[in-house]
Structure formats: C-alpha cells, structure tokens
Design a protein around this ligand. Structure first.
Ligand SMILES: Cc1cc2nc3c(=O)[nH]c(=O)nc-3n(C[C@H](O)[C@H](O)[C@H](O)COP(=O)(O)O)c2cc1C
Length: 218
C-alpha cells in the first residue's frame, strides 16, 4: 500500500524540474523576442536616419516647409522603379505648392544585385540629385560613386528626360553621355538606367504623385 507514496516521491521532483525547465524556456523565448524586436526597431531607425541624411544632402531644408518624411505615398511600378515592392515617394511642398518629389527606386541590375537609390526631381521634371542609399557593389571598383569618383553622382544635377536625349541616357560605352567607372561599367550602367526610368515614371505620373492623399494607416 505504500506504492502511491513512492510514486509521488518520484514524480514530484520530476514535475518540479519540468516546471523549472518550462519557466526557463519561457524566459529565454521572451528575451529572444524582446531582442529581435529591439534590433528591428534599431534597424528601422537607422534606415530612417540614413534616408533623412540623404534627403538633407539633396534638398536644402529651407526649400520646403512640410514634413517631408510623413508626406509620403507608396507606389508599385516594377518596370520603371525596379522592384515589385512598394516604392516610397516623399513630396516636398512650400506653402502648399509642390516643390519636388523624392523617389526611392531600385537599380535591380547592379554587379552584385539591387542598388537602392534616392532620386530627387524638381516639380518641373529636372533632376535635383541622386544618392545611393544601399548597395553591395564591389569595394574599390563598383562603389566608385562614393569613393574616388565621388563627383560622378553630382553630374545628374539639372538633367531631365529630354536632356540628354533618350538615346544618350546611358554610359559612353553604349553610346551615351555618362562616364563609366575605371574597370566597372555594370554599376554605372544600372544606376543611369534606373535614374532615367525614375524620370519617366515622374513625367507620366506627376499630377498623381502630388495629389494622392497619404494613406490613413501611415
Ligand atoms: C571580382 C570582380 C568584381 C567586380 N565588381 C564589379 C562591380 O561592382 N561593378 C562593375 O561595374 N563591375 C565589376 N566588375 C567588372 C565587371 O565584370 C566588368 O568587367 C566591368 O564592369 C566592365 O564591363 P563591360 O565589359 O560590360 O564594359 C567586377 C569584376 C570582378 C572580377
């Protein structure tokens, strides 16, 4: 008759150990979820500050008076903006009048994949400038736009869809007006094409770009 007691003496520590183990697992899971959430928040904050800096580099603060980062819409136009994902467009306005649009297209055909761009276009369709937000191009070769040939991106300023004419909107090697980098043609070719396509998108959608309301969920 002392069997149940013996069993419970054996079972009780096992149940206790299992309880402790479950508590530890729950705690560790909680810590992991918290860490992942914090990392995600930090990455998003870094990306946002990266974009803010790029915007400031292109557009003087005094040239617009709205909150550019929240005056944002998203569009899907894979053929012209280089990605199936929604592309952000920030609208700069001054006293309610449109000043410029800043598009975040992707050059999908870089040497090592996608190159993320920020393309600032004045309301009249001329380019204010171009910044590279993210890329995986080869250091010392495909990343010349940010190192030895850093002035290269500045050459976009003032250009438009008709200046140069469409057939010269490519690198010299392909009969166009744009310099390639030393030993690297693929990267600049991809960027030039993406900028031209952004201008095409802008020109065909200018009215809509400035009149579309910011979605309520943003
Ligand atoms: C390891 C390695 C990395 C390269 N990285 C790049 C790059 O990031 N961007 C680029 O345009 N070309 C890069 N190139 C060079 C290209 O392969 C190509 O030769 C060059 O862009 C000239 O292209 P073209 O012959 O079409 O003018 C790289 C080549 C090698 C071997």
């Amino acid at each position: 008759m002392d069997m149940p007691n013996a069993r419970s003496e054996f079972v009780r520590p096992v149940v206790r150990a299992a309880g402790v183990l479950l508590a530890v697992i729950a705690l560790l899971t909680g810590i992991l979820i918290w860490l992942a959430d914090r990392t995600e928040t930090r990455i998003a904050a870094n990306q946002q500050s990266n974009v803010s800096q790029a915007i400031d580099a292109l557009l003087p603060r005094g040239s617009y008076d709205n909150d550019l980062l929240t005056d944002r819409i998203q569009v899907v136009a894979p053929d012209l903006l280089g990605t199936r994902q929604p592309v952000s467009i920030y609208r700069a306005r001054r006293q309610g009048k449109p000043v410029a649009a800043l598009l975040r297209p992707v050059a999908p055909d870089g040497y090592r994949g996608a190159i993320e761009l920020l393309v600032a276009i004045a309301y009249d369709g001329t380019l204010i400038g171009v910044q590279v937000l993210n890329h995986n191009e080869t250091p010392g070769l495909g990343d010349a736009f940010e190192t030895r040939e850093a002035g290269w991106l500045r050459d976009f300023k003032g250009l438009s869809l008709v200046n140069p004419p469409q057939n010269r909107w490519t690198v010299r090697k392909d009969g166009g007006d744009f310099d390639a980098f030393t030993g690297a043609t693929i990267t600049p070719r991809a960027i030039v094409k993406a900028v031209r396509r952004s201008l095409e998108f802008y020109n065909s959608n200018r009215q809509r770009i400035f009149t579309t309301e910011v979605p309520a969920s943003d």
